[in-house]
Design a protein around this ligand. Structure first.
Ligand code: SF4
Length: 345
């Protein structure tokens, strides 16, 4: 049970039973329109649903007009400190603005809500353990689960008091347990869509694992409507890991699921090479397909029969290929990837 309330971000619906959406954030200079759009195009091709763009300067919100115009997916402006940037971003056509109540005074929030109502934009209340409001930190002494959740609820009420409801909420912490506990607690208190993620999760390998544990645990509980994997890595990695988390839970439509064995002394073909090449190739294939790559006949035939495309080692260096459960080819394992690509197409 994801959130019951549904909001609109551009032409996308979030919450209320809609599919979980994948989000990432550009790391180019927003004023550099060409580079920013190139990043957006790249992640969109990989299946990213929403993209967030930092708007720290007035020049960046001017650039945002062009970015929004040509972006293939809805653009969310990321705002800190100066509410005027949020108002400008909404005027520039941003589908949503992410605001951090820890550094945005209420007078500013009022102006942002006024603009969001007029332009039918959404807002994300982005609570972050690293930038909680001073009064809440003073009360709790540290960015605890209770502190984070209280900040979120107080700010939901602020928007409701302004008669604004088209918003989602995030309560991120760089600590996996704190994030999970905060989202679990918050989801019992409010019914707005939740954007989930582990903030500042780290570099590719540890960050992916932290995110899979955090986001995965929440999604299994039915918590989360949009996700972002925050990595100190290429932004494409965030999208691929995010999609993989959804894929692993069986909630990602139109994606290729590759089943491959860990290899052992029985392995007859280059399982690691074939599955890695196919995985790369399939990152931009948005169709429901199951492909199995196994090193020998032990489980190879069974998995091949249960997959749309199955490859397994039959003799040393020789692969058999099955399509829809039927044997269609036998070839040197070095040719298997090319043959499968042809079948996919
Ligand atoms: S499928 Fe065959 S090669 Fe792969 S791990 Fe199992 S026994 Fe080993």
């Amino acid at each position: 049970m994801a959130s019951k309330k549904q909001i609109s971000v551009g032409d996308l619906k979030i919450g209320g039973g809609e599919r979980v959406l994948v989000q990432t954030m550009t790391n180019s200079n927003t004023e550099d329109i060409v580079s920013t759009l190139a990043q957006i195009e790249k992640v969109s091709a990989l299946g990213c649903d929403l993209v967030r763009v930092s708007c720290p300067t007035a020049q960046s919100t001017i650039a945002l007009q062009e970015i929004v115009k040509y972006s293939p997916i809805p653009v969310i402006a990321d705002i800190h400190f100066n509410y005027k940037r949020a108002v400008e971003a909404i005027e520039a056509g941003a589908a949503c603005v992410r605001i951090n109540p820890g550094n945005t005074p209420f007078e500013g929030i009022k102006e942002i809500v006024k603009a969001a109502k007029y332009y039918e934009a959404a807002i994300r209340i982005g609570i972050n353990s690293g930038s909680l409001e001073k009064n809440i930190l003073d009360k709790y002494g540290e960015p605890s689960v209770d502190a984070i959740v209280e900040s979120a609820i107080v700010n939901c009420h602020k928007l409701e008091d302004l008669d604004f409801y088209n918003f989602k909420v995030s309560v991120k912490s760089s600590d996996v347990r704190t994030s999970i506990m905060s989202y679990r607690k918050l989801s019992k208190e409010i019914d707005y869509p939740l954007h989930v993620g582990i903030t500042e999760a780290g570099t590719f390998f540890p960050g992916s694992i932290k995110s899979a544990i955090g986001i995965g645990s929440l999604l299994i509980d039915g918590i989360g409507d949009t996700i972002r994997v925050s990595l100190s890595s290429d932004i494409s990695d965030e999208v691929l890991v995010g999609r993989q988390i959804l894929k692993s839970l069986g909630v990602l439509k139109n994606s290729v699921n590759i089943v491959s064995c860990p290899t052992c002394a029985r392995t007859l073909i280059d399982v690691i090479g074939i599955s890695t090449s196919l995985e790369k190739y399939c990152n931009s294939i948005h169709r429901n397909l199951k492909i199995s790559v196994l090193g020998c006949v032990v489980n190879g035939i069974g998995e091949a029969k249960n997959a749309d495309i199955g490859i397994f080692g039959f003799k040393k260096g020789v692969a058999k290929i099955y399509i829809s459960g039927q044997e269609v080819d036998e070839c040197p394992d070095s040719e298997a990837v090319e043959k499968v690509q042809k079948f996919i197409n």
